[in-house]
Design a protein around this ligand. Structure first.
Ligand SMILES: *[C@@H]1O[C@H](CO)[C@@H](O)[C@H](O)[C@H]1NC(C)=O
Ligand SMILES: *[C@@H]1O[C@H](CO)[C@@H](O)[C@H](O)[C@H]1NC(C)=O
Ligand SMILES: *[C@@H]1O[C@H](CO)[C@@H](O)[C@H](O)[C@H]1NC(C)=O
Ligand SMILES: *[C@@H]1O[C@H](CO)[C@@H](O)[C@H](O)[C@H]1NC(C)=O
Ligand SMILES: *[C@@H]1O[C@H](CO)[C@@H](O)[C@H](O)[C@H]1NC(C)=O
Ligand SMILES: *[C@@H]1O[C@H](CO)[C@@H](O)[C@H](O)[C@H]1NC(C)=O
Ligand SMILES: *[C@@H]1O[C@H](CO)[C@@H](O)[C@H](O)[C@H]1NC(C)=O
Ligand SMILES: *[C@@H]1O[C@H](CO)[C@@H](O)[C@H](O)[C@H]1NC(C)=O
Length: 497
């Protein structure tokens, strides 16, 4: 009897191992500047059905830095910006400068996965200052990287060994086709069923400026206006300098941003099709059950909140909240995750799927384990996340078409929206995003001439209309401030608060 039990246990263990011996594939789709707070996922019905209802929908996912290059760097390295050193979208701010190539590329996710046997693919916007020179970035077997920032037409891609210019192919569609080819290639097993696992990352330009939809989607949302949240076009006195000194938006500016809001949604329809096509290819090739599919964005976006026309770079929920949907082996369909997670957690999680432990230099934590819960409402863990941002603005960001002076060090002063400046040197802050039992708050300290403080209770004040920083109990404020100080200097395990 005992022997029989042992024998059965042994057989079961072997069967278990046989299944576990196959490492899963990973498909990561990263959109650009897609909010959740202003219903940025609304146009993406197929994505919500396939990945959200087919897997887990995250309700508290955040970017660690609400701007492209630093956020993408955090995703690729698992590090907060104070550790990876990419602080803005310029080479001088660490966006694909020598430090990136020398120190970060070898430690980044694709390189680790490739060294652990993964066949890797990249297609789309990589880092804002990537211009196709030199070798293809380390870690990618197949590389189709966009030169510079997001565009929809008239762009150049580094396609493996050469640079190719495209005038009139809609970029999202081209990426859909390249990624679909790669998935077909990668799932074709040369021998019986022993294909190498793959990691494919697809980064379409939507919903980034200039918000160009595919021709087939033009006008689909022409009846829609930018969401009129209670904060829409409200100039609030209890905000930091850049926001507090904003002027109301003119009617012309409101018309402009209504148009942008429509086009943002329209540009996402092609991304929704891309997701559905790639899920379809995985289904056809019998790879769906062994592939983790992640959908997320680098940062959020605001359109008109607190009279800020259209941008990210602010510490509010519109800008720091991001979509996150994950489908894959062991993840129960229709599950919901309330635990706060950050883009820095993605690399550790993906490595856990690939059976690689988190390197000590990564500041994120794998959330793989919590996804294996069989409950629909996945058990909740308390987290305090760090959001950090270094305001852009120096004498070179001066716009002579606008009435401000060079030495003001303002930036993103856009004539088409009345010269509202959307960033400044002193829009520099660190925030603690606390999601704990009975607590859903954000606490921010600005590094400006006033050491300005902002805090919001998101349970009571979803739209952040009332700054409660000065109403906090002194002990609460001291605790937040200490935690924040710890996080702004943390690395690896000391970031787990
Ligand atoms: C995962 O790693 C462990 C320990 O290194 C190893 O024993 C196991 O075989 C690995 N599993 C797979 C599927 O590679
Ligand atoms: C394409 O982009 C280049 C700069 O990258 C610009 O000089 C050119 O005018 C653009 N062409 C069109 C048709 O927009
Ligand atoms: C897929 O394989 C074909 C044939 O080997 C090759 O020409 C093509 O470049 C591959 N495409 C991708 C995106 O991997
Ligand atoms: C702006 O639009 C509002 C609402 O449509 C209207 O009441 C107001 O008169 C307009 N202001 C100007 C200056 O045209
Ligand atoms: C996969 O393909 C099968 C057969 O065509 C279909 O019934 C099923 O709905 C597809 N699953 C997904 C998730 O697309
Ligand atoms: C980007 O960051 C670097 C390094 O901190 C700084 O010198 C530069 O002025 C920043 N760029 C802008 C536009 O603020
Ligand atoms: C922020 O910078 C602007 C422009 O340089 C300056 O006028 C303003 O006083 C500064 N405010 C704070 C709070 O630092
Ligand atoms: C901050 O870090 C110190 C040293 O690691 C630790 O003792 C302290 O408890 C931390 N404080 C908070 C509020 O997390």
């Amino acid at each position: 009897m005992i022997i029989l039990t042992l024998l059965i246990a042994l057989i079961l263990a072997c069967l278990g191992n046989a299944a576990a011996d196959r490492l899963p594939n990973i498909l990561l789709i990263l959109s650009d500047d897609q909010d959740v707070e202003l219903r940025g996922m609304f146009p993406m019905e197929q994505t919500i059905a396939l990945l959200g209802f087919g897997g887990a929908l995250f309700h508290n996912a955040f970017t660690p830095t609400p701007i492209c290059c630093p956020a993408r760097t955090s995703l690729l390295t698992g590090m907060y910006a104070h550790n990876h050193g990419t602080r803005n979208n310029s080479v001088s701010g660490g966006c694909y400068g020598p430090h990136w190539r020398r120190a970060l590329e070898p430690r980044a996710l694709p390189n680790i996965l490739q060294q652990n046997g993964y066949n890797t693919f990249f297609g789309g916007k990589y880092l804002n200052q990537y211009y196709g020179a030199g070798e293809v970035p380390k870690g990618w077997n197949e590389f189709y990287g966009l030169h510079g920032n997001s565009r929809y037409y008239n762009y150049t891609l580094r396609e493996n060994s050469g640079n190719v210019h495209y005038e009139s192919t809609y970029l999202t569609d081209l990426l859909r086709d390249r990624a679909a080819d790669f998935l077909r290639n990668a799932t074709q097993s040369p021998e019986s069923g022993d294909a190498q696992p793959f990691f494919a990352m697809v980064a379409p330009p939507a919903a980034h400026e200039p918000f160009t939809p595919a021709p087939r989607h033009e006008g689909v949302f022409s009846h829609i206006k930018a969401l009129r949240t209670p904060s829409f076009n409200q100039v609030k006195e209890d905000k930091h300098w850049l926001v507090r000194t904003s002027r109301s938006l003119s009617n012309e500016t409101i018309d402009t941003i209504d148009k942008y809001f429509q086009k943002r949604w329209e540009s996402l329809l092609a991304v929704d099709e891309l997701v559905a096509t790639l899920v379809g290819v995985l289904n056809e090739t019998q790879s769906l059950d062994n592939t983790y599919i992640v959908y997320t964005s680098d940062n959020g976006y605001h359109v008109g909140q607190f009279a800020q026309p259209f941008d990210k770079r602010q510490p509010y929920e519109t800008d720091i909240g991001i979509p996150l949907l994950i489908r894959g082996p062991g993840i129960a369909p229709e599950s919901h995750v309330d635990t706060a997670v950050s883009l820095v957690d993605l690399a550790p999680t993906i490595l856990a799927w690939a059976n690689v432990s988190t390197p000590a230099y990564m500041d994120g934590q794998s959330f793989h384990e919590i996804l294996l819960s069989k409950e629909r409402r996945i058990p909740f863990f308390e987290r305090s996340l760090l959001i950090e941002y270094w305001g852009e603005g120096n004498v070179n960001t001066y716009n002579p078409e606008c009435p401000w002076a060079e030495q003001d060090r303002l930036s993103q002063c856009t004539p088409e929206v009345d010269c509202h400046c959307q960033d400044s040197w002193n829009n520099t802050y660190a925030c603690l995003r606390n999601i704990r039992h009975r607590e859903d708050r954000v606490y921010c300290e600005f590094r400006d001439n006033e050491n300005y403080l902002e805090a919001y209770d998101l349970q009571l004040d979803q739209f952040q209309m009332t700054n409660i920083a000065l109403d906090l109990l002194p002990i609460e404020r001291a605790l937040y401030s200490l935690r924040l100080r710890n996080l702004t200097h943390c690395s690896g395990h000391s970031c787990f608060l």
